[in-house]
Design a protein around this ligand. Structure first.
Ligand code: 9MG
Length: 284
């Protein structure tokens, strides 16, 4: 494993400057009735906003709002429903000094979210839906491009890799090139290996062990393994609510290898771990 310097890059997110040369915690805000690890507790606007403010107080500098569950087997959601879930929460959070990221693959949702004050497009489908590439370029905003094969409903059968890390890097660079060709600015791109998406437990662990290799692609990197099944498997079959410490460990290992953002449910524990890492670097 290698210690990697984080890229010098700043994303202007409303009032907030996100300095990607230090690690950030992206707090997860599921606004779905069936979200997998908060039991749907935050699906009313006020509860969602309160949860976001609590995560900010705990150290999240980014809030990732998702109105569509990407859990395998989750019901599809219409654009209208996604808009109704996401936009009011964005409007409420836009007044706060926090970067607002939207977990969506739908260009119409992203357009409405940006109009309401959102800053970052987090797309697990890597801008592959019709008009997504063109919309990302026209909105001129930061985008997170994640590796996946197929759809959440089909991905579990698509985990045949020659070498998971090399294959993920190659397939991610193809998606990045599509974005660049469409006019997305290179300084707006963040990559993400897509832990848990079309990868089995062994492959996820290999990818985590070799994450530093993705720095060769030359983009800032997000690691998102919070409470995922392979963390539970590494803990001997722990349920989602028992995976916090394992997730913090995985995120710390990711930052050590160059990730500048981690997507977490357990914000305080994650932020504390990253503070120790930051202090070790000689910064605060
Ligand atoms: C929304 N979402 C769920 N898992 C994710 C992951 O691994 N990466 C990103 N970017 N988003 C995710």
């Amino acid at each position: 494993m290698q210690l990697m310097p984080l890229p010098q890059r700043i994303w202007q997110c409303g009032q907030l400057q996100l300095d990607l040369s230090r690690p950030h915690v992206m707090g997860i805000l599921n606004v779905t009735p069936d979200s997998f690890s908060d039991g749907g507790q935050h699906n009313s606007k006020d509860a969602a906003v309160a949860h976001a403010l609590a995560m900010m107080a705990e150290g999240a500098t980014v809030i990732d709002i998702g109105g569509e569950s990407t859990r395998p087997g989750a019901a599809a959601v219409s654009v209208e429903e996604e808009l109704q879930r996401v936009v009011p929460v964005v409007e409420a959070l836009a007044q706060y000094p926090v970067a607002i990221s939207i977990d969506t693959s739908e260009p119409k949702v992203m357009q409405a979210a940006v109009a309401a004050g959102a800053h970052i497009w987090n797309d697990v489908r890597a801008l592959t839906r019709p008009q997504a590439l063109q919309t990302a370029a026209a909105l001129n905003i930061p985008v997170i491009i994640m590796h996946m094969r197929g759809e959440p409903t089909t991905m579990n059968n698509l985990d045949q890799y020659t070498d998971v890390t090399q294959d993920v890097m190659r397939e991610l660079s193809e998606r990045v090139q599509d974005a660049l060709d469409a006019g997305v600015k290179p300084e707006h791109i963040m990559i993400d290996p897509g832990f848990g998406f079309a990868k089995n437990a062994k492959q996820n662990l290999q990818l985590l062990n070799e994450l530093y290799q993705l720095n060769q692609l030359g983009y800032p990197m997000l690691s998102a393994l919070s409470r995922k099944r392979f963390i539970g498997a590494a803990l001997g079959g722990a349920e989602a609510q028992q995976r916090a410490i394992g997730s913090v460990a995985g995120h710390l290992l990711s930052v050590q290898q160059g990730a500048c953002m981690v997507r977490a449910h357990d914000v305080k524990a994650t932020a504390d771990a990253l503070k120790v890492w930051q202090a070790m670097q000689g910064g605060v």
